[in-house]
Design a protein around this ligand. Structure first.
Ligand code: IMP
Ligand code: MG
Length: 177
């Protein structure tokens, strides 16, 4: 499976991503200076962004990982996203930052928010590298506290995002035709 065999267009270069991740890291560092930050990576798509973002945050933060069932949420709107792998530590009174690669329909992140709220954190915010605002499911009222880029409602690959589990390792983000 070679990227060159697929019609694609690079929409964000690795330089653009790097610059924006640095800015997000600075902003988060300033906002959580007095907090007890727990950054939670939503697997698997967010792994690449997460690794870069936490190194751009200058705080003694804690990390954890969570995953939700993945299926085509646009086709099965009635199905609720299920927690597949839960975080591994108590979070009571901690400042949680959910880190997502992309918010599309918003169903995954809404489920994660609902799930983590039950654990009684001190605060809970969302950081997403990409936001497909026009693709939001009408039942989802998620608001992103930190957004890297707003992107068109197209299928994207690279920098953690996959097509059939491939292309996560591309250093840029491309739209597939
Ligand atoms: P949502 O539940 O529809 O918001 O979908 C969120 C998840 O679907 C993301 O965390 C991604 O893993 C995946 N996803 C959504 N859009 C894309 C895309 O364009 N390319 C690859 N994965 C995507
Ligand atoms: Mg994801």
């Amino acid at each position: 499976m070679n990227i060159l065999n697929y019609s694609h267009k690079i929409i964000l270069s690795s330089e653009q991503i790097k610059e924006r991740v640095t800015e997000l890291g600075r902003q988060i560092t300033a906002d959580y200076e007095k907090g007890d930050l727990l950054a939670i990576c939503v697997l698997k798509g967010c792994s690449v962004f997460f690794a870069d973002l936490i190194r751009a945050i200058d705080l003694p933060l804690t990390t954890d990982f969570i995953s939700v069932s993945s299926y085509n949420r646009k086709k099965s709107t009635s199905e609720k996203a299920e927690i597949k792998h839960d975080i591994s530590m108590p979070v009571r009174e901690m400042d949680i930052l959910i880190v997502e690669d992309i918010i599309d329909t918003g169903l995954s992140v809404s489920r994660i928010v609902e799930h983590l709220k039950e654990k009684g954190p001190g605060s809970l915010r969302i950081c997403a590298l990409l936001d497909k605002k026009d693709a939001r499911n009408p039942s989802c009222h998620v608001r992103c506290d930190y957004t890297g880029f707003e992107v068109p409602d197209k299928f994207l690959i690279g920098y953690g995002l996959d097509y059939n589990e491939k292309f996560r390792n591309l250093p840029f983000i491309a739209a597939m035709d």
